[in-house]
Design a binder for this molecule. Sequence first.
Ligand code: GLN
Length: 544
Amino acid sequence: MKKTTPKFIFITGGVVSSLGKGLASASLASIFISRGFKVRLRKLDPYLNVDPGTMSPYQHGECFVTDDGAETDLDLGHYERFTGVNSKKSDNVTTGKIYSQVLKKERRGDYLGATIQVIPHVTDAIKKFIKSDINDEDFMFCEIGGTVGDIESLPFIEAIRQLRNELGRENTCFVHVTLLPYINAAKELKTKPTQHSVKELQGMGIQPDILLCRTETKIPNDQKSKIAQFCNVREEAVIEAIDVNSIYEVPIAYHESGFDKEIINYFNLKSANPPDLSIWKSIVSVQKLSDGIVNIGIVGKYTSIIDSYKSLIEAITHGGIANKTKVNLIWIDSENIDKNLNCFKNVNGIIVPGGFGERGSEGKILAINYARSNKIPFLGICLGMQLSVIEFARNVMEHKEASSTEFKTTNFPVISLLTEWKTKIGKEKRDLLSEYGGTMRLGSYECHLIKNSKIFNIYKKSIIYERHRHRYEVNVNLCENFKNKGLIFTGMSPDKVLPETLELIDHPWFIGVQFHPELKSRPFEPHPLFVSFVNASLNQSRLL
Ligand code: GLN
């Protein structure tokens, strides 16, 4: 394999959180891809959890799963969607993971009795992570989570400071993302918070090379020079990141503000190809021209925190773009569904997404029953598919006690924990006593689709690979009984032990999938299930 030294771009954030550093990193990387470079993106999260797998979606948003089965930060979803490059386990680390590695080594005696300290042991482990598993990438974008000044982020900032020293200015670039708040009373953008946050970075030994300034309005030239002067950067290195209507405009907007050019100049890559941003331009123009509107109801527990369903929202948006239609999302809290089911009145399609635990499950079952009985297009994802099996067992097969062992002990467990299954590399096992984190079927698995089923016609192939994140499975022994009543399992694991997809014979579009198709949808490569689902919902809206 060709070994080159990649250029490392370290992205930090200042002033406030939620500045969209993830999106900024992903958009910048996408411009470099369009210039023909090979890129990877990494996220270094300062929190103490070992991974986001066990973190509440209320606090941390969605947990993004990679092909190789890592439970990661949702920013990796942005990275994949903007660059088309699949993330790996080695692209996300947390303080918790770094410390558990260091402590494991300490227990093994690897440090030969040395006193273990943040510098050098923890910082060395962070540097090792940053430099690990690199092949022939030209650029490695490393985003440091949180905001500069947080106690937890100190070792990460120190590690990248050391890396600048080790790898040299010619191989490292510091980008700092800040906010210029607009004060209405003064009719002015304020630069002071940016100055303070840069000062904080400088205090830790880092002089940012480029400042990416989030702003609601254009930055006047005199303000730019002021920032440059106070923050010790050249004026051209103060990049305006003005708010845009759609996230797909961000790569275009960044290019227009000279962000990629500044980095190219910084590394002296004069002969670099110009960027080709045509895919982003065409996506934005389709979005602008889209007419019609389709109402998609999402029935879930975390509807107040839309970051919990980030990839799902994106995948539906991609489906809308492919159908040249605007999609209106209607959030339905599964714990508060009124008896008259009024919340479903205007919906043209219903999605019950993934989830954990019994809370809200009866509301989701009501939604599924509504979609099935009224022939509304329905997509059940993971828990959504499992609940559609329960709904069918209860209301069509008359097994009123049907449930999942995730919720309670039941005489008719249509969904239960499978303790052992075969994979290409051998047997995998799990049981209820295993540690909670990391006991799931995680990552990409092969699934075989039955020829001429609805889902086969959507994917247009019989072998698919999709990402999983669940513990419980449909009881395969019941498949025949379901089939006789009109619910068929159209996709199975290669050993035919794990039902992976289902559909109803007597329904225009009712599909359940045990995996998470939303994780693999990209704006320039919309996932076929979402394209087809939005299309079916659009047809439903025309019937009204
Ligand atoms: N709670 C279910 C399980 O563990 C479904 C998980 C999910 O929807 N991601 O199997």
